[in-house]
Design a protein around this ligand. Structure first.
Ligand code: MOS
Length: 770
């Protein structure tokens, strides 16, 4: 059991296929088979950090207050595109209470955004780009200082729209032009043109989606403190180790001198996945003034500068036979990534979710003078799934087939991009469960036939995502003499329940009550390495490492008991903290006695995530079914009910899982019906920079939500058998709602968000107004 070895493994972190050499268990941990009865895994345990959160004692980054702390604010570019000609900070520095100001004039050129730009770059590519950062005695004084900084800008021609940015004479953000990488990203298999010729029907349609902003509850925030040459940073991040490494690199100091801490977090959704400029700026200012510095972004900055989901214009084309066979699919899309490199591609689901031998994909990521794109809860898949699933509905109608039957007709048992079987796929079960729960037969046939001005409709969408996780990921367990347990692992809890299921895994193996388990996460100074919490890889990566560590502790206890009881190990049984002889149960010894007789205060073991199995694709699957009403007099869509049914491998905790379903669906309703960043094309100004103008769902928009997990443990992946859920829960919602809207009114809205004006216009054009 003890010990690790180095092997090759691979996994998807979002759409990045990573091949790793990873340290994994030398001897595989025996998997919890699906039929094994587990005591605490899979039960609806309340969050172990629940009290801390509801009582307000949980320490978020914003809550960190250090003696003698100073506060920083950032000066941001007021123009969509400009060059700094000169910058004069003397008046600001003379202002009482101002401590330091940094800009490109007095800091080294620190590479940023994959080396396309700098921490402070005098070439400003969007309205909100960082110009300077001031530290002062208070946040108010820092804000006053910004007003006193004199900047002379040379304004440049700008282009906030992706389509215009692709035109030959558009203002350029980069010398090489506005198309990222200079060309589209192309994927193809088979021969799409040949496939179209073989089809009975060829259908083509275009769908668009908007730019959405994460707008996490917790603002982006850092507190930096130097102790000699050692830096400690509290940071609101999905990746403490990435932030540590970015700080070490930016400041040119060893990683061992940097400690990054994140205890609690109010959501990230991808906006806190990459290290933030504000974090490095706080560290530079703190070093300069010899005091701790806190920097917290405000709502406006969050809507301008820390990421968004790229928009998309997607043209889909399919060849389909009368019996429902897909003979060819093509997908051409473009979308804006804003001012810096990111990904606007959205074709991944399209490539493999349905059986089709001939596929062609062409995607353009386009630079515009707008805030930088960043991954956002299932990057690409959310936009792509809305378009694809709307399109699939259209195709089914075209050949007169039930849309669910059409999806089953094109079901695939293997990943078609890598030509590999799945470790598990329970999508059929998800379809069945979801269709039953929503009452699929109740939908309007034909679409729009529900009488009355307020029409009901039902629609569905399918989801695929990665979320299999993989190594490297480690967990250390310290078992104390009093049989209490401390689990340390360098992952982070974004608010998803990571603390809780980690404690559950340790409790399950060691058969120790949850109350005796303490979990420390999100601290590079204490915890062994774990990957970034993105791509829904956290549970499937970390839980098996905890399992491995706990099994090692158990093996040590048995080994210790064997010596103390003078019995061979294979004649001993571990149960609820006591090791006893199988033959003579009166011969037994408990944890406390084992450790004290061994003269040990604690037993320590570090576990590792196993390598992924060779020759398989690992994916999560699911389906959502939505029921809506559309008021044809006002155009208002109301979501009545959403049913989600998912394949997530083994369910670890129903409460934290249901919480992910709810969050994913609610965010999906926002994307489907109301959320959008709006830029005034004439001035380049973002018009939606607060939570009033950027509309998000509230309690008044909540539907009934019903969620089901239709899978059992996927023992090919790991000993725990869990797959991710955070992103899968969000991917199909907008598509299901869009299809339900079509079913209600018989007119398809092909552009998100489905706002009342679009519904009324579409009804008017189709002459379907009441
Ligand atoms: Mo994410 S968008 O996997 O943080």
């Amino acid at each position: 059991m003890a010990g690790q070895k180095i092997v090759k493994s691979n996994f998807f972190l979002e759409d990045n296929f990573l091949e790793t050499l990873a340290e994994v268990p030398a001897k595989e941990v025996a998997a919890w088979q699906p039929d094994k009865k587990l005591e605490i895994i899979g039960t609806p345990v309340s969050r172990i950090d629940g009290y801390d959160k509801v009582s307000g004692t949980a320490q978020y980054t914003f809550d960190v207050i250090l003696p003698n702390m100073a506060f920083a604010k950032t000066l941001r570019c007021p123009h969509p595109h400009a060059q700094i000609k000169s910058i004069d900070t003397s008046a600001a520095l003379n202002h009482p209470g101002v401590l330091a100001i940094i800009s490109h004039k007095n800091t080294p050129a620190i590479p940023w955004y994959f080396n396309t730009s700098y921490l402070f770059d005098p070439h400003l590519r969007y309205l909100g780009d960082e110009v300077a950062c001031a530290a002062a005695e208070s946040e108010e004084i820092a804000a006053e200082a910004l007003k006193l900084i004199n900047v002379e800008y040379e304004t440049l021609p700008f282009v906030p729209d992706a389509k215009k940015a692709m035109e030959a004479n558009a203002p350029k953000l980069y010398e090489q032009g506005n198309i990222q990488g200079g060309k589209p990203s192309v994927y193809q298999r088979g021969d799409a043109e040949k496939g179209f010729k073989e089809a009975g029907e060829v259908v083509e349609d275009t769908f668009t989606t908007q730019v959405a902003v994460h707008n996490t509850t917790e603002v982006h925030c850092s507190v930096a403190n130097w102790d000699g040459d050692r830096l400690t940073v509290w940071d609101s991040t999905q990746a403490v180790f990435s932030v540590r490494d970015a700080l070490a690199q930016s400041l040119n100091i060893p990683a061992s001198k940097v400690r990054v801490i994140k205890k609690y977090m109010g959501g990230g959704f991808g906006s806190k996945l990459a290290p933030g400029k504000y974090t490095v700026m706080a560290a530079i200012l703190a070093r300069q003034i010899g005091r701790p510095v806190k920097i917290a972004l405000d709502r406006k900055e969050m809507n301008l500068a820390v990421g968004n989901r790229p928009d998309s214009v997607q043209t889909l084309k399919a060849g389909v036979k009368k019996d429902g066979t897909l003979t060819a699919l093509s997908h051409r899309s473009y979308g804006t990534v804003g001012s810096h490199p990111s990904g606007a591609g959205c074709s991944w689901p399209f490539r493999t979710i349905y059986q089709c031998d001939n596929v062609y994909v062409e995607e353009y990521s386009v630079f515009t003078n707008a805030g930088p794109g960043r991954p956002m809860r299932a990057p690409g898949h959310v936009q792509g799934t809305f378009a694809l699933e709307s399109f699939i509905d259209e195709l089914a109608e075209k050949i007169g087939m039930d849309p669910l039957e059409f999806r089953l007709k094109n079901y695939t048992e293997k990943d078609q991009v890598f030509n590999l079987p799945y470790t598990s796929k329970r999508l059929r079960e998800a379809y069945k469960k979801g269709a039953e729960a929503i009452g699929w037969q109740r939908r309007s046939q034909p679409a729009g036939s529900d009488p009355g001005p307020v029409k009901r409709g039902i629609g569905m969408a399918t989801q695929i995502w990665w979320g299999g996780g993989g190594p490297p990921a480690y967990a250390t367990i310290r078992l104390n003499r009093d049989s209490s347990v401390h689990v340390l692992t360098g992952t982070q809890d974004l608010g998803t329940g990571t603390y809780t299921y980690i404690a559950q895994v340790a409790a399950e193996v060691l058969e120790i009550p949850l109350e005796k388990i303490t979990v420390t996460l999100g601290d590079t100074g204490l915890c062994p390495y774990c990957p970034s919490s993105g791509g829904s890889v956290t549970a499937p990566s970390v839980a098996p490492a905890v399992h491995h560590a706990a099994e090692q502790i158990k093996a040590k206890l048995i080994s210790g008991a064997a010596a103390l009881l003078e019995l061979p190990e294979d004649q001993l049984l571990y149960e609820k903290g006591v090791v006893s002889s199988i033959k003579d149960p009166t011969k037994k010894i408990a944890i406390t006695d084992i450790l004290s007789k061994m003269q040990e205060q604690e037993l320590i073991a570090t576990g590792a995530r196993n390598a992924n199995p060779k020759g398989y694709a690992i994916n999560t699957f699911g389906a959502q079914f939505a029921e809506v009403t559309v008021d044809t007099e006002t155009g208002k869509v109301k979501v009545l009910k959403v049913v989600a049914a998912n394949d997530i491998g083994r369910l670890l905790n129903w409460k934290t899982a249901e919480n992910q379903f709810h969050g994913g669906i609610i965010q999906g309703i926002g994307f489907a019906l109301m959320e959008q960043r709006i830029i005034d094309q004439a001035t380049g100004k973002v018009l939606t920079t607060n939570m009033h103008d950027y509309k998000m769902p509230t309690v008044m928009d909540m539907p009934e939500i019903e969620a089901y997990v239709v899978s059992e443990a996927d023992t090919l992946i790991s000993s725990v058998g869990a797959k991710g859920l955070g992103e899968p829960a969000h991917i199909p919602t907008a598509g299901a709602i869009a299809n339900a809207v079509y079913n209600a009114i018989g007119v398809r809205i092909k552009s998100l968000p489905i706002t009342p004006d679009k519904v009324l216009t579409a009804l008017h054009q189709a002459r379907r107004l009441p």
